[in-house]
Design a protein around this ligand. Structure first.
Ligand code: D5M
Ligand code: FE
Ligand code: ZN
Length: 492
């Protein structure tokens, strides 16, 4: 066989020939059969270069017997697809906070809320004929509708519900009569500072309500799905550093992501994971609540974040990770919250597959729209609306979705920063609305929107015990972005 034939044959099999071995090899390869024998021996040796030593061993019949079986990890499905993430930076407060908390900031903040959500309401068929409060008061004694911000809501001595509604033209008192049981029930969901529409008629300076409208979600709205078989995992509330952080449970979650845990269909699901969204409370922080020190194993917040980075480093590198802050993280408490400060997590910022964002987050993952909000306003919603509970947070989340606002109540438990625009409005509807904070896994689907609370990796704290909050650690939602189907994975 000539040199070129030999070189081509070996190169076709991804085997190189060391120049010093070429002459000898040519002598040994007098036929195709000889050449195949040498190829087989080389492959069995687990080498990709033919050297003089190897040829000597072959001649003396001393070639190494194959002892190592190379373990080939099955390639993950998600590895086959490039990441497709669009984070809406215009909806992210990071590096854009301009408020100084003055009266103009407040006026702009609430005006923006009224303009956006007023428009959503005005687009509803029943409210197309709505008018400004002053116009309705003066010119429409018969049936009419108004849209405004709820200044207050209270029950009168006689059991009527009195609402003060304000729009740019003025203020109106609106009354839901005690005999109208159905309407009274709907009105339980009205909270202060949200934008609603009311239909009714004026009588003696009072607007008598006969229908209530929330901005809501249109029926049969168009939904977007991923063209590729990729999956997103939503988690939140890890509380690394807390004595109650469930390190073993979180490690099982990571093992599953690495396809080293679970049955075959669970491993197949893991192999499709392309995105992980972390909805805040990454660490427990320091000085977040009284006596917290007693419940910390890591008392330095920098060390809490470095510990978490060790976990992140174990996650397969083809998975993109989006990290947003919660009320325990190192950023301002007032919402909207800028991303966790670089001073605490420089290595996160340096890692190209980690994306640091503010709270809330608006993004598209493989074309699927996701809004993530830590969920602190759920505390206010659960206490303001009868029938809401910590055991079913998706119901409280649904109420926020219908209000098209993530945190409407001003002056409640959530500190709101009056930016010149209101970043907490749910202007465009996502396919996935994700929150955490209440440490309870729950989800519902409403008009093609997946409303999901991602639970926690922290077991019950002493505070939660006092208020009888039973967390559901280690249960997490996994969403197939191609079908928008949700699977609950349990690691506890
Ligand atoms: O909050 C987890 C849940 O527990 C959330 O529903 C609030 C509640 N919680 C926890 N600690 C407190 C205190 N000190 N006051 C009021 N409510 C509390 P997380 O943000 O994870 O601490
Ligand atoms: Fe939390
Ligand atoms: Zn929280």
């Amino acid at each position: 066989m000539n040199k070129t034939e030999i070189l081509c044959k070996f190169l076709d099999c991804d085997i190189n020939i060391h120049p010093s071995a070429l002459g000898e090899l040519r002598q040994l390869c007098s036929s195709e059969l000889d050449m195949n024998k040498i190829l087989d021996i080389t492959k069995r040796n687990g080498t990709s270069v033919i050297t003089q030593e190897l040829l000597d061993e072959i001649k003396n019949g001393k070639e190494k017997k194959p002892v190592i079986i190379i373990k080939r990890r099955k390639k993950a499905i998600a590895e086959e697809y490039d990441a497709d993430i669009k984070i809406s930076r215009s909806k992210d407060i990071t590096s854009k906070s301009f408020t100084s908390g003055n009266i103009n900031n407040f006026v702009n903040f609430f005006n923006h809320r009224y303009e956006v959500l007023g428009k959503v309401l005005k687009n509803r068929q029943s409210l197309t004929g709505s008018n400004l409060i002053e116009i309705v008061k003066n010119h429409f004694p018969s049936e009419s509708s108004i849209i405004g911000i709820v200044n207050s809501k209270k029950e009168t001595k006689r059991g009527h519900i009195l609402i003060e509604l304000e729009d740019p033209s003025g203020i109106s008192n609106a009354l839901i009569l005690n005999k109208n049981e159905d309407l009274k029930k709907i009105s339980t969901e009205i909270v202060t500072d949200e934008i609603i529409g009311l239909k009714g008629k004026y009588g003696k300076d009072l607007f008598i309500v006969n229908e209530i409208f929330f901005p809501d979600v249109p029926i049969n709205r168009e939904v977007r799905k991923s063209p590729d078989p990729v999956v997103a995992v939503l988690i939140s509330d890890l509380h690394v550093g807390s004595t109650k952080f469930l390190d073993d449970v979180f490690l099982r979650f990571i093992k599953w992501l690495r396809m080293e845990e679970g049955n075959s269909s669970q491993r197949e699901l893991a192999s499709k994971v392309k995105y992980i969204v972390i909805g805040g409370d990454i660490v427990d922080g320091v000085g977040i609540y009284p006596e917290q020190k007693e419940e910390l194993v890591i008392r330095d917040i920098h060390k809490q974040y470095s510990k978490f980075y060790e976990y992140l480093s174990m996650i397969p590198d083809y998975i993109e990770i989006i990290i947003m802050p919660g009320n325990h993280d190192a950023t301002r408490q007032a919402e909207p919250q800028p991303a966790i400060s670089k001073d605490f997590v420089q290595e996160y910022y340096d890692d190209p597959r980690i994306h640091m964002t503010g709270n809330p987050l608006t993004a598209e993952l493989h074309g699927v729209r996701v809004v993530s909000y830590h969920g602190r306003s759920l505390d206010d919603i659960i206490s303001a609306i009868p029938g809401m509970s910590y055991t079913k947070p998706a119901k409280a989340m649904l109420s926020l979705l219908k209000k098209r606002h993530l945190s409407p109540i001003y002056g409640g438990r959530v500190p709101l920063a009056p930016e010149n625009t209101d970043y907490l409005i749910l202007e465009e509807l996502p396919e996935i609305l994700h929150m955490g904070h209440v440490h309870t896994f729950d989800y519902i689907t409403y008009r093609n929107t997946l409303v999901i609370n991602s639970g926690t990796f922290q077991s019950q704290t002493s505070f939660q015990k006092k208020v009888n909050l039973q967390p559901t650690p280690g249960k997490i939602p996994v969403i197939d972005l191609q079908t928008l189907k949700i699977v609950k994975m349990e690691f506890i």
